[in-house]
Design a protein around this ligand. Structure first.
Ligand code: KG4
Ligand code: ZN
Length: 374
């Protein structure tokens, strides 16, 4: 039997994504983003995102079908992100997917967005493509233990974006994924957005801070690494309550205090060392994310880690993670950025795995679930 042809639909945040795969082969990955419409508000406005999904639904679907050279009739299944994410945004994707499934009679799968981020790892070539930026001469996507197809055993996933910061253990992609740790307040990308606003650097915060940080000294200021105190971390024998969790709210406050101190001392805005602050902030984020992720991997028998989410584009996070995974003997996959940010290909990839594993479709009764657990 030929591999299943699956359409994946993503609408959990500001990206309208339609991906098409045949098994593990990526045929199309069409993405429309409403980010430009959110810039003037300095954050994603749920209502605007939902309306944009509705506008982009049909043209982006058509683009994916054209690129793949297939029709809706050719599909074996449809998969759609059912959560977690913004309620109104998710509903557009879920309602659209149900309509397509009803009209075509194709089986429909509701998919967990976080697990879908891991799903891109099965796609052909993903684990041997782009070099992670900032990792010097390191050759390719699979940084430390090249295996061109399929997911490695004892896999972990580190997901960092504007909406989530999680570490997962993936025992079986289609049925057995465990949350090991997550942020207890802001997502990493949110922290970037808030700090960028404090520094008057623009939005979205990730890319602007990353760029600004290149001109700064990461050691200029020592900002806090949240939930790293012994009482939160504990020991391997007696783990603290937040051993594998993150918190970025204290870091954000520390950056605000730092800026305030310069202002209180009468330093003009133009002379505040924003590049040093940005670099020191970025160092704190990369340090605490990678230290905790690698610790979680080591303690849970994880020997290969996959990175996902928009913050995976961050230069310092990539280089420090590569360094620390190598030191800990953990393989690392960093997919190309267009497959790390939200997209439909990851939903399609996971959908195809569900079909291949003989897992029953979700039917047409499931709801969008903004707080859907893994
Ligand atoms: O996964 P994504 O496209 O959407 C979700 O939030 O789910 O991630 C977007 C996030 C934004 O918060 C953006 O600021 C961040 O990824 N980002 C970065 C970088 N590029 C994008 N954060 C840090 N450094 C970057 N270079
Ligand atoms: Zn995402």
């Amino acid at each position: 039997p030929t591999a299943p042809l699956v359409l994946g639909i993503e609408s959990s945040c500001d990206e309208t994504g339609f991906g098409i795969v045949r098994g593990t082969e990526l045929l199309a990955n069409a993405v429309a983003s409403s980010m430009e419409e959110h810039v003037r508000f300095g954050g994603v406005i749920p209502e605007i995102a939902a309306r944009a999904h509705l506008e982009e639904f049909t043209p982006t679907l058509q683009q994916a079908l054209d690129t793949a050279g297939v029709t809706l009739d050719d599909l074996d299944a449809i998969a759609v992100t059912s959560g977690p994410g913004l309620a109104g945004a998710l509903m557009v994707g879920v309602a659209g997917a149900k309509a397509l499934a009803l009209a075509t009679g194709k089986p429909l799968y509701g998919i967990n967005h976080l697990v879908a981020h891991v799903g891109v790892g099965v796609l052909d070539g993903v684990r041997a493509t782009e070099p992670p930026a900032g990792s010097g001469t390191r050759p390719a996507g699979v940084v430390l233990s090249p295996e061109p197809t399929g997911l490695p055993e004892h896999l972990g996933a580190l997901l960092v974006s504007g909406g989530h910061t999680e570490i997962l253990r993936v025992d079986r992609l289609t049925s057995d994924v465990t949350l090991l740790g997550s942020t207890i307040d802001d997502a990493a990308g949110e922290a970037y957005d808030k700090v960028a606003r404090l520094l008057g650097a623009g939005y979205p915060g990730g890319p602007v801070i990353d760029r600004l940080a290149q001109q700064g000294d990461p050691k200029a200021f020592r900002f806090p690494r949240g939930l790293s105190a012994p009482k939160f971390v504990g020991t391997a024998e007696e783990p603290g309550r937040h051993r594998h969790d993150w918190s970025f709210s204290g870091l954000k406050t520390a950056v605000a205090r730092c800026v305030e101190q310069f202002e209180a001392a009468g330093v003009p805005d133009t002379e505040i060392p924003t590049a040093d602050i940005a670099a020191s902030f970025q160092e704190a984020v990369a340090d605490v994310i990678t230290a905790k992720a690698v610790r979680a991997c080591s303690e849970h028998g994880i020997t290969h880690l996959m990175l996902g989410g928009g913050v995976a584009a961050n230069s310092r996070l990539r280089s420090l993670l590569a360094e620390r995974c190598e030191a800990a003997g953990i393989g690392l996959t960093v997919p190309p950025v267009r497959l790390c940010t939200d997209n439909g290909a990851m939903v399609a990839a996971l959908g195809a795995q569900l079909v291949a594993d003989g897992i029953a479709p979700s039917g047409l009764d499931f709801a969008a679930d903004p707080g859907q657990p893994v």
